[in-house]
Write a protein of this length. Structure first.
Length: 46
C-alpha cells in the first residue's frame, strides 16, 4: 500500500513514471549547472 492506494499494476506503473520524471528534472538541472564548463559545440549533441 502506498499513500493509501491499492498496489495495482497501474499504480505501480504511475509511481515509476512519476519517479522517472523527477529524476529527469533533477538530471536536467544538473546538466544546466554543468553547461557553463561545456563548449557550445558539445551542447548541440545533448
Amino acid at each position: 500500500v502506498w499513500n493509501g492506494l491499492k498496489d495495482t499494476p497501474k499504480s505501480v506503473a504511475m509511481r515509476a513514471a512519476h519517479m522517472m520524471n523527477e529524476w529527469r528534472v533533477v538530471n536536467t538541472r544538473q546538466q544546466q549547472r554543468r553547461s557553463d564548463d561545456i563548449r557550445p559545440v558539445e551542447l548541440q549533441w545533448q
